[in-house]
Each structure stands twice: as structure tokens, then as C-alpha cells.
Design a protein around this ligand. Structure first.
Ligand code: ZN
Length: 317
């Protein structure tokens, strides 16, 4: 009888979340999605993807680098994301804050994100500012290292560590940290979190910055995407003008994973509700309406009450 009551209780508690989940899934036919684009490859290996759309006089510019936390060395977890921060702190020919420069020319949706596999940088600007943005993106792709010193590294290390504290202060956030470490085998490139460990972030050095940039921030390891009020031919000419001088540099190295396992045993949780931060850092999260579920008992048990969607969290960059 007790077991029946328990089953009835579990069915009652889990049903609303699944109902809400089913309702939230948008219905679409993947075949209906057809975003026209043209793809080019520059002589130095930089790939360019252009989507033409003249509805408004704006362009979206994305640069994607094929590098993420899976490429981090043992004892250097969190470095891919730390490096992403450094890309906003000036380059050799424009050694000042990237955000201030872009906001002054009307940029919106301006940011960068890092996940296990890739790091990207993006902004939307009036089409008249396209040359300026391509020049800035080009400068930080090809001429970053001379602008990065110990003071900038230390400053951004502190910012990233504060983001980690903020993240861990969210409901169930520690659950994701635990789950990622427990889900993968010991030498798997995904077996540590993107945000990394505090002591590993403390260990990041200027030598690491130089090595990372030279290994992964080459033209052949990047994809430039331009979408908006421009023709593919014009976009290609501009890409040639601003990026063709950069070296190809080696393609990305295979990811390796030898980070030591933490000794401490933790209770296991599914991750908490999705937040903007979770999306920015590319981490998995439970859909709205899910509170997180303990996995460490003989049966799944709900842990705590349902959580409301937390307010959108703006993180420092
Ligand atoms: Zn960050």
C-alpha cells in the first residue's frame, strides 16, 4: 500500500512538469526552415558565411572560433572562457574597451560566449558601421597579444571568478558542476565545467594566453558570419580587405582530458532552471517548470518545491 501511495504521489508531482513541457515545445517542420546563405573560404582558410536580408539597414556579425573548454590542459580548467574575456579588453591597434567602442556606434546584442566546443563573439550594428566592426574583429583576431598584460589578466581572472561565485549562488547550480564531473569518464574532454575551478583560474598565466592565442585564434580555425543588409559579394570583398593578411595558423588541436577527479562525494542533482547565464555559457539546464530531481536515492525523488524561473541575470563581462 505504501508503495502504491508513493507511486501515486510521484505521478501527481511529476505530471504538471511534463504537461507544461509538452505544451512548451513549439511545433515546426524542420523542412520549413530555409535560411539562404552563401559560403566562401578565404585563401588563409577563414570561412565566411553570408545571409542577405535587406529588411532593415543593420548587419549581424559573428565570429566563431573552434576552441572551447574541451581544449583546456589539466590544471587549467576555465581558461577558454577567461580568454574570451580578454578579447574584449583591447587589441594592439585599438587598445581600449571593446564594449565602449561598439556601444558608441550603436551596437546591440553585443557579447561573447564559450562552451565546451567553441567560443563566439557577436554584435548587431547599423550597416554603416560594418567596416569599423570588421576592422576591430580583425585586429583582435590577428593582433591581440601585445595588448594583454598581467594587470588585464588579473582583472579578468577576478571577473571570471566572480561570475563563478554568482553562478554557484543560483538554485541547483552546484548540481550541474557535480553532474558534469560524474557523467564523463576520467579522461573525457567534457569532464570538467566551462567555468572551471578556482585554483585552475588562479594558475592561468600570460604564457597560457600566448599559447592559446597562437594555437587556436588563427584564420583557418574561425568562421565569420555576416547577416543583414549586404550582398554576399560585398561581404566577401570586405572580408578579404580586413582578414586576408592574417596567418592561417595551425588548426585546432585534438582535445585532451586528464583533469584529476575531485575526491569529495556529492549528492547528485539534475541542473536547475535555464537562465541567461546558462545559455551564455552553453551549459545544460532544465526547462522552465522543472525544479531539479535528486538522483541519489533508491528512486527518483523531487528535491524541494517547484522553482519559478529566476530573473534574467546579466553577468559582468
Ligand atoms: Zn564570462
Amino acid at each position: 500500500m505504501k508503495q502504491l501511495l508513493l507511486l501515486a504521489f510521484l505521478a501527481f508531482m511529476l505530471q504538471p512538469a511534463s504537461t507544461l513541457l509538452a505544451q512548451d515545445i513549439p511545433k515546426y517542420n524542420p523542412d520549413d526552415i530555409n535560411i539562404a546563405y552563401k559560403k566562401f573560404t578565404l585563401p588563409n582558410g577563414l570561412r565566411l558565411i553570408v545571409h542577405e536580408d535587406h529588411k532593415a539597414p543593420i548587419v549581424a556579425i559573428n565570429v566563431w572560433y573552434h576552441v572551447g573548454s574541451k581544449n583546456e590542459k589539466p590544471g587549467k580548467s576555465g581558461f577558454a572562457h577567461l580568454f574570451e574575456h580578454l578579447m574584449f579588453n583591447g587589441s594592439e591597434n585599438f587598445n581600449t574597451d571593446y564594449f565602449q567602442a561598439l556601444e558608441a556606434i550603436g551596437a546591440t546584442d553585443l557579447n561573447g560566449t564559450t562552451n565546451e566546443d567553441r567560443t563566439n563573439y557577436f554584435q548587431n550594428v547599423p550597416v554603416g558601421a560594418l567596416d569599423q566592426v570588421l576592422w576591430l574583429e580583425s585586429d583582435r583576431m590577428g593582433h591581440l597579444l601585445g595588448a594583454i598584460d598581467q594587470a588585464k589578466l588579473d582583472e579578468q581572472r577576478g571577473v571570471v571568478q566572480n561570475e563563478k561565485r554568482q553562478g554557484e549562488n543560483q538554485p541547483y547550480a552546484r548540481g550541474w558542476d557535480i553532474m558534469q564531473k560524474e557523467m564523463y569518464p576520467p579522461h573525457h574532454p567534457y569532464g570538467h565545467t566551462v567555468i572551471g575551478e578556482m585554483e585552475d583560474l588562479n594558475a592561468a598565466s600570460l604564457d597560457d594566453v600566448h599559447e592559446w592565442f597562437k594555437a587556436y585564434y588563427g584564420a583557418a580555425n574561425a568562421v565569420l558570419v555576416i547577416a543583414g543588409d549586404i550582398t554576399p559579394e560585398a561581404a566577401y570583398e570586405k572580408a578579404l580587405k580586413y582578414f586576408r593578411q592574417h596567418p592561417r595558423r595551425p588548426n585546432h588541436r585534438p582535445a585532451r582530458r586528464e583533469h584529476p577527479r575531485p575526491q569529495q562525494r556529492h549528492p547528485r542533482f539534475l541542473p536547475g532552471p535555464c537562465t541567461r547565464r546558462a545559455h551564455q555559457h552553453g551549459v545544460a539546464c532544465a526547462p522552465v517548470g522543472h525544479a531539479g530531481i535528486r538522483l541519489d536515492g533508491p528512486r527518483f525523488r523531487r528535491a524541494g518545491r517547484r522553482q519559478k524561473q529566476p530573473p534574467v541575470q546579466e553577468i559582468s563581462l
